[in-house]
Design a protein around this ligand. Sequence first.
Ligand code: GLU
Length: 471
Amino acid sequence: MTQNNDNRPKVRTRFPPSPTGALHIGGGRTALFNWLFARHHGGQFIMRLEDTDLQRSKPEHVTSILEAMEWLGLDFDEGPYYQTKRFDRYKQVVEQMLQSGAAYWCHCSPETLQAKREAAMASGAKPMYDGCCRGKGLGPAPGAVVRFAGPRTGSTTFNDMVKGPITFDHAELDDLIIQRSDGSPTYHLAVIVDDIDMEVTHVIRGDDHVSNTPRQILLIRALGHLEPRYAHIPMILGQDKARLSKRHGATAITDYREMGYLPEAMINALARLGWSHGDQEIFSRQELIELFDLDSVGRSAAVFDLDKLRSLNHKYIQKADPQRLAQLVQPFLAKLGLAAYDEAVLRKAIPELVQRTENLEQLAQWAQPYLVDQPEMDAKARQKFLIGPEAAAILRQVRELVAAGNVDDVAAMNEAFRALAARTGQKLGALAQPTRVALTGRTASPGIFEVMAILGRQAVLTRLDQAIAGA
Ligand code: GLU
């Protein structure tokens, strides 16, 4: 009956994706929970690639999964292990099970099995292998598979760390194939051998794996080991409460990197998919390590809310070191065609731009006018604010102020503008808006004095001159 290994000293968790695609939100959340649980308990986190499906596993998926892990900062203490490199070991275990009588050769042809399946379904029974080769003492043969001789009566209960006790009847489980006719191990066999060899103490995975757990426990016990503890975490839904899928937008973790999200925002959002700590929404990585445990993982489905991620990203961008943002925004500027620019200008601009920025892509868009020789002019804005004798007069007045002043002194420029507005009976906005359009090509920007300080005296004068000439 129930045997859980509470007394094992150290925590060892694993993340074992199958490299048949990119790392998705769900996989990222599983990886994070395993990583956090290991870090929280001062244990170890193991990376393993379950690449036994030779048709669907691709090296490029391995690369992209590992890249996503690195981007998220989920470092591992061991691995990556590759199951394809452990085939000899799986064979050895199958051999051991054959020797001990825990497994047997099955010669049933696929056609026979298919016919039995159909007959069972026709009679309304669950299609299960009937154990026809069990106890026959068959040996290897072309096309033969190896099956686990599982218990046929009784039941086993395991205490899921999220879902509580789960009991399964052995009669519900047929004799599972553990080695295919080509000699390759099946999924369950490879997983349990690895979990045993890698001394995994806690298996934290999506609850779509609950039904696999009984089979895995029985296999592990048949090999004379204690199973790890299991924690099945709730599935993730989109905001429409349907299972999260491509329909809900990007699902690959690296897509979010490409859209300009910061890894700390992603980590924060992933952590909240099923785990909570009171009403708290924002967690630093350190806080997550301190607070994370499985008792605070809920049983009901989690909802991935893109708006929440957006707002988290906005908050993290505002908090981020401008120097780091200047680095991170580079590829986004490159996408806008900006390969070479004055980095000092960018660093000055960033603190002024982050308030209005939700992601790095937007940051690049906001920063663009400051980094190019000539800002791209919004045609409507130009027509409204930069054309005609009145506009020209304003721009000339502003130019004079700038020429006589110091654009780096934001307070002094502010005062000078106000004095000019008072002297000429104009509103400050009447001076500021044409100046803004002349300097940035747009009607929206940080405060006009900050804009001038970012651009520096020379660029401000050049842009004003150009606007005057074009008025
Ligand atoms: N390779 C499996 C998957 O990607 C994980 C199996 C497990 O966590 O035990 O779903």
